[in-house]
Design a protein around this ligand. Structure first.
Ligand code: HEM
Length: 426
């Protein structure tokens, strides 16, 4: 799994959150029905696989110069007109298992057609490193899809937006804004530790009775993101917090289900329950975040940013002055970009982080010897007098491995977000 440079600060805070949780883990017991990660994040989720969708649909006819490059070198599933390879992708297996099975027959790099879209599945880590890191720029594009266009006001976010100079400067702005709260400062760590204190108190309040920790963990993670993004910290049961959790869950579930409409956009003209639910959740999200944005604009000063919204608003004015203020609207970072960035911190950050924490907790419950070894390492290198912090990470290699192993066995977004090829690449 790749740590995104701009977000690694936030992910590193797992360490702090996680070790504080450990002290509560012993009396916990998960119900036998503890759900598998249903978070097929953003579309079709699963293992070490991801898509590269060629930028152009394959023209079946036309002059040779308009055709995409020869694709014969990559083994390809059979296909039929309109449906492409879809008839060979059934069987109800989640995509990662299906792709792993197909890789046994077609090899670790193989192609298929999602309807008309030529798609390459990269199914081993050497190739994944090559396309994501060594040739990252060649594959930095994102496909345009009905659901994610709705979600992001036509690509005004980072995760689903296609590669462009504007995307690059937006991403730089978000990176800088995160840095203000992450690497090199204690602010994010303090936010996380304060939320973990409340979470531990809540988990311990049940005594030795068995219970499901997932609502409490989701609430704690949502609270961290709310504090980070717009400085709100909610108490358990707060109506606004419940609203954030509800709409966020609705968005993740509907986007995770994806659907044919992303392959055949014309299908959006037909009634679609999933799309209606997505639209409803988006409108609740936008009402709440727009209100927060307006409040922030009204009270914004030149001083230290209070939170991510402040940092984005300050940075947006700066970047507008230095490079894009005189350009047309579509080349500038706008309020929509700020709003979609805030929304993405919830969409991309809450379910991923809570599901990962819950899986690691579950594994620790079933492997008490690992739990003991982590505790021993903490006792030796941190002690019981203070909270563990991010700077302890280098002294806690076993804990680091436990966290990485949790993310390896139960990756929440194993097929990543689809990439598109920007250019021919050999
Ligand atoms: C355990 C926690 C997390 C996991 C496992 C995770 C996983 C991922 C994965 C697999 C991708 C797709 C990478 C690609 O397609 O190349 C991604 C992208 C992204 N994630 Fe996360 N994520 C986590 C937490 C977060 C958090 C907390 C935030 C924000 C607050 C966040 C924001 C983003 C953004 C903005 C992108 C798009 C980055 C880009 O395209 O440059 N993620 N994440």
């Amino acid at each position: 799994m790749r740590l995104k440079p701009g977000l690694s600060g936030l992910l590193l805070h797992f360490t702090a959150m996680f070790t504080r949780l450990l002290s509560c883990v012993s009396p916990l017991s998960l119900p036998p029905s503890f759900p598998p990660s249903f978070l097929l994040v953003f579309f079709i989720g699963a293992a070490v696989v991801f898509f590269l969708i060629a930028r152009r649909s394959v023209p079946e006819t036309g002059p040779p110069s308009s055709r995409p490059p020869a694709r014969g070198s990559v083994p390809c599933l059979p296909r039929v007109p309109v449906l492409g390879s879809l008839p060979w992708l059934g069987g109800g297996l989640p995509p990662h298992l299906l792709f792993t099975r197909l890789a046994r027959r077609y090899g670790s790099l193989f192609a298929l057609y999602l309807g008309p879209h030529y798609t390459v599945v990269v199914n081993d880590h050497q190739h994944a490193r090559e396309v994501l890191l060594q040739r990252g720029k060649d594959f930095a594009g994102r496909p345009s899809m009905v659901t994610t266009n709705l979600l992001t006001r036509g690509g005004k976010d980072i995760a689903f937006s296609d590669y462009s100079p504007l995307w690059k400067s937006h991403r730089r702005l978000v990176h800088n804004s995160f840095t203000l709260f992450g690497e090199g400062t204690r602010r994010l760590q303090d936010i996380v530790l304060s939320s973990v204190d409340s979470l531990c108190a809540e988990l311990l309040s049940g005594g030795r009775r068995g219970f499901d920790p997932s609502p409490a963990v989701t609430r704690a993670v949502t609270n961290v993101v709310c504090t980070l993004v717009f400085s709100a910290t909610y108490r358990h049961g707060d109506a606004e917090l419940q609203e954030v959790i509800r709409y966020n869950d609705g968005i993740v579930q509907t986007i995770a289900r994806g659907g044919l409409v992303d392959i055949y956009p014309w299908m959006k003209v037909f009634p679609n329950k999933c799309l209606s639910k997505l639209k409803e959740c988006i409108s609740v999200r936008d009402r709440l975040l727009s209100r927060k944005l307006e409040e922030h604009k009204a009270s914004l000063s030149d001083g230290d940013p209070r939170d991510l919204l402040d940092a984005l608003l300050q940075g947006k004015t700066g970047s507008g002055r230095s490079q894009t203020s005189s350009g047309p609207q579509e080349e500038r970072i706008t309020d929509d970009h700020v709003l979609m960035t805030a929304a993405e911190a919830f969409g991309a950050g809450v379910e991923t982080t809570s599901t990962t924490l819950l899986w690691i907790l579950a594994y620790l419950l079933h492997h008490p010897e690992v739990q003991q070894r982590v505790q021993k390492e903490l006792d030796e290198h941190v002690g019981g007098e203070r909270a563990v912090c991010v700077s302890d990470r280098g002294r806690l290699p076993y804990l680091d491995c436990v966290i990485n192993e949790g993310m390896r066995i139960r990756p929440v977004s194993p097929v990543l977000i689809p990439h598109t090829a920007m250019t021919d690449s050999r």
